[in-house]
Write a protein that binds this ligand. Structure first.
Ligand code: ADP
Length: 645
């Protein structure tokens, strides 16, 4: 038996390991199993060497066992094992990374070697008061070795007897961490970290319900799928296989994904994976299932914010890359060149796939549009490169439920919806019921109306306007249709400015006393004769700014502005025409405050003798049509209507 001190520079590394190295204690299991899988993979590589002695390869499973009495958790493998010299070199001299040496030796031939996580083996001390290694190397005439260490830099090493090749790592679990002696905890961790490891991991026996009881079968309980879909060739997989894998990944997810993207690059970095576009029903779903990051089939994290562009973090699936630096800080990740390239690659790949899907089956793609719209718009707004590609498949939907890209749609409406200044005007509504009369008027003119009721639609319209010089989106209720798309032959009325000003003032005097948050602006327009005599419109720019202010901090100024509407008097309407010219000016005394003193001034007001009720009625009809007549005002309107009848 030999004794020694573990070769680390720090006098006592264990407290460091326990406290600071990993905040997540549970990852010790991932580390030990990764080592066991590595040792097994190494054996496979060696057995394929021409000079190799024949190595029996029948049972390569990694087994995890719990002994409750002895309070131990053991990870056993039938991999290459270690000689006493190797334990000394790889375990005692912590600075050596065996994996690194091995990789150098077998450079291109090595199958996925997982040992990149850093202090791997030593993480066992995070949860153990004592760790033992029993190992028998695959080498001819090797002697088995037993290493033991009780969480201080001193260890013991001696020969031992071990029947089978490979390594058992025995953890004597600290009382403080008794949960790691529970089957359920360990099974949960194995499912989290080891579900797709390339070597079978066995934990206990399979169980089955029989006659109302759970009985153990002879068969071992295998935790993992050693050939998960992303490691296979796309050509070998059918849609069903992708769907099946989706459910393997998210066992609680009931819905099928909308479609998938299989990622596969080996230059200039290594990355494989499958991304799924999920059906999003609620916010809850978004946060429940996330993209999982793997490193050579070992689960690392589901926090992929810096690796995947933000708008794609809502997707589901897996990304596997040995080239993503793992145990490093987030800010480092952001500046890492590989990570940037990976993010760019994923963007391109996702955009190409979407373009391909749209080209191959426009109707099929359109059916999925409402579900994927949010990702794509989010991407277009935040990533210029993605925007450029997405113009080929980002769709607009009109009120008849027809879908088209912006370019396709502009071609469709070009004949009719270009105004006299050459601007293309695209009409939209976010609420077809509320805008019913406006929509009917537009349709009567042969115009098309888009349905833009998505969260990000306003932002996307502004973005499209910035990209296309002569393009404007206007909500259907933002003005009279004649004003929205102005043509050369626009109708004019025959009234003088004074007449119209009088009319305006007369109506203004009867407006409901508005609260601070609501403001009406009275204007005269020669709209269509069959349009309403008085109606409300809302300026597109101001309204849009207010809507965008809800999402963007810089615009909060607009958010505080009062809601303002135009009350349009339609001078083409007979009811309004009857009123023109009937105004009489009256001089009235009004008290005003000037420099803190009250003064009486003479003011001119316009009135329409004996027409108050009719005008009030017209205003109320406009408010009613605009959904703004409520409470007492509505009751008054109803009563007045009855009286007038
Ligand atoms: P890393 O895996 O990052 O190299 P570890 O501390 O986890 O660091 O392991 C150090 C070395 O010990 C490994 O590279 C490997 O050579 C050896 N080793 C650890 N576990 C085993 C095992 N189960 N079988 C064979 N060798 C092992």
């Amino acid at each position: 038996m030999s004794k020694g001190t573990i070769g680390v520079t720090s006098d006592n590394i264990f407290p460091v390991i326990k406290k600071f190295l990993y905040s997540d204690h549970e990852i010790f299991l991932r580390e030990l199993i990764s080592n066991a899988v590595d040792a097994t993979q190494k054996l496979k590589v060696i057995s394929r060497q021409p000079s190799a002695v024949s190595i029996p390869m029948d049972d390569l499973r990694v087994r995890v066992t719990i002994d409750k009495k002895k309070k131990t958790l053991t990870v056993s493998d039938h991999g290459i094992g270690m000689t006493a010299d190797e334990v000394d070199k790889f375990i005692n001299q912590i600075a050596f990374s065996g994996a690194e040496e091995f990789l150098n030796q077998y450079k291109d031939k090595a199958e996925a070697i997982i040992g990149h996580f850093g202090l791997g083996f030593y993480s066992a001390f995070m949860v153990s008061k004592k760790v033992e290694i029993f190992s028998l190397s695959y080498r001819e005439d090797a002697k088995a070795v037993h290493w033991s260490c009780e969480g201080s830099p001193e260890y013991t090493m001696e020969d031992t007897i071990k029947a089978e090749r490979g390594t058992d790592i025995v953890l004597h679990i600290d009382d403080e961490f008794a949960q790691y002696l529970e089957d359920a905890t360990i099974e949960g961790l194995l499912k989290k970290y080891c579900k797709f490891l390339p070597v079978e991991i066995a934990f206990g026996k399979k169980k089955e319900w029989k006659d109302g009881k759970e009985v153990e079968l002879d068969e071992e309980n295998i935790i993992n799928d050693v050939n998960p879909a992303w490691t296979r060739k796309p050509a070998d997989l059918k849609d069903e296989d992708y769907d099946k894998f989706y459910h393997e990944l998210y066992p609680t997810q009931m819905d099928e994904p909308l479609f998938h993207i299989h990622l596969n690059v080996d230059y200039p970095f290594n990355l494989t994976g499958i991304l799924y576009f999920p059906k999003i029903k609620s916010n809850l779903d978004v946060h429940r299932n996330k993209i999982q990051l793997y490193c050579n089939q070992v689960y690392v994290t589901d926090e992929v914010e810096n690796i995947v562009p933000e708008y794609l973090t809502l997707l589901h699936g897996v990304i596997d890359s040995p080239d993503i630096p793992l145990n490093v800080s987030r800010s480092y990740l952001q500046s890492d060149n590989n990570v940037k390239k990976i993010s760019g690659y994923i963007t391109k790949k996702v955009a190409d796939k979407l373009a391909e899907l749209y080209k191959a089956d426009k109707d099929g793609f359109a059916k999925k549009w409402d579900d994927i719209k949010m990702f794509i718009q989010f991407g277009m707004l935040t990533d210029e490169k993605f925007y450029e590609k997405a113009t080929g498949f980002a769709l607009l939907k009109n009120l008849s439920g027809e879908y088209a890209t912006l370019d396709e749609y502009m071609d469709k409406v070009r004949d009719k919806q270009v105004d006299k200044d050459g601007n293309m005007v695209l009409l939209y509504t976010n609420d077809p019921d509320a805008h019913y009369t406006f929509i009917e008027r537009a349709k009567a003119k042969g115009y098309d109306v888009l349905l833009q009721d998505g969260e990000l639609d306003v932002h996307c319209m502004s973005q499209a306007e910035q990209k296309h010089e002569k393009l404007r989106f206007v909500r259907i209720d933002s003005d009279t249709i004649e004003n929205l798309i102005k043509k050369e032959d626009a109708a004019k009325d025959a009234y003088t400015d004074e007449q119209k000003e009088g009319l305006r003032k007369a109506f203004e005097a009867l407006l409901p006393t508005s609260e601070d948050k609501l403001r009406y602006n009275v204007t005269c327009e020669a709209a269509a004769a069959d349009a309403l005599p008085v109606f409300l419109t809302q300026n597109e720019f101001m309204r849009r700014m207010k809507e965008m202010a809800a999402h963007q901090q810089g615009l909060s100024f607009y958010g505080q502005m009062p809601e303002s509407y135009n009350l349009v008097l339609n001078t083409s309407h007979p009811l309004i025409q009857e009123l023109v010219g009937k105004e009489v000016s009256e001089q009235v005394n009004e008290e005003v405050e000037k420099d803190g003193k009250k003064e009486t001034v003479l003011k001119t007001v316009c009135k329409l003798e004996g027409e108050d009720d009719r005008m009030k009625q017209l205003i109320d009809i406009a408010l009613l049509a605009g959904g703004q007549l409520k409470g007492e005002a509505l009751a008054k309107f109803v009563n007045r209507s009855v009286e007038l009848l």
